[in-house]
Ligand binder design. Structure first.
Ligand code: CTP
Length: 207
């Protein structure tokens, strides 16, 4: 199979030296890419800025902003049979990026943010993708309800949900524990394990 994976955070510039971002390390997306290769699949990894090395043998496209990730996914998604959206895309970007470094000459500073495109939510209706579509849901409450709602709304075949309120798993951790929600209504819990092991199980089950 050819699998497209998005990974890592996005960075939304404020001025030439500052940006908005989030705590995603990219570890989960990179583990998925590594395990997909190990299981004999071809992988295109579209990655936001992270400090880990990509696995050997994949095609990697590096991007900074949600807009650039959107363009890269749009250009590549229909080359594949499956797409897994693991990136923690910034929901908003700065409306007016300053050309010069912003000086601290006032006591308050207000930034106007505008919504970024929903890349996963564009896969079916805008990109016309008809392969297996897998989203991630990072939740802090009502995981079951929120994950099932996201599955429907973004027209996914599967949503992999994790509880980001727990400090032992998820963002920037080496371990994870997830529940895979399927379009057919089933839910499968993958018990606490390394991100490599969780990734192997996700790829095996979904493919
Ligand atoms: N996602 C995306 N593009 C965005 C935002 C999210 O592709 N602009 C993808 C993520 O990669 C993930 C899924 O959508 O696979 C869920 O993202 P999340 O931010 O949790 O969902 P939202 O629909 O934005 O809902 P909310 O933030 O309100 O929980």
């Amino acid at each position: 199979m050819r699998i497209l994976i998005t990974a890592g955070p996005t960075r939304e510039p404020i001025d030439p030296v500052r940006y908005l971002s989030n705590r995603s390390s990219g570890k989960m997306g990179y583990a998925l890419a590594k395990q997909a290769i190990a299981l004999g699949h071809e992988v295109t990894l579209i990655s936001g800025p992270v400090s880990i090395e990509p696995p050997e043998g994949i095609e990697i496209i590096r991007v900074e902003t949600a807009d650039k990730m959107f363009d890269a996914v749009k250009a590549k998604i229909n080359d594949g049979d499956m797409a897994i959206f693991c990136a923690a895309v910034s929901d908003y970007r700065v409306a007016d990026i300053a050309d010069e470094k912003i000086k601290k000459d006032s006591n308050t500073l207000t930034l106007t943010l505008i919504k970024n495109p929903d890349i996963l939510g564009s896969a079916r209706k805008d990109f016309g993708f008809s392969g297996t579509l897998v989203g991630f849901a990072a939740e802090t409450e009502n995981i079951d309800t929120n994950a099932r709602e996201k599955l429907e709304r973004k027209d996914c075949d599967f949503i992999v949900a994790n509880d980001v309120s727990r400090s032992d798993i998820g963002f920037d951790r080496d371990a994870n524990e997830v529940v895979i929600y399927s379009k057919d209504g089933s839910a499968t819990r993958l018990e606490l394990a390394s991100k490599d092991e969780i990734s192997r199980q996700i790829i095996e089950r979904i493919s």
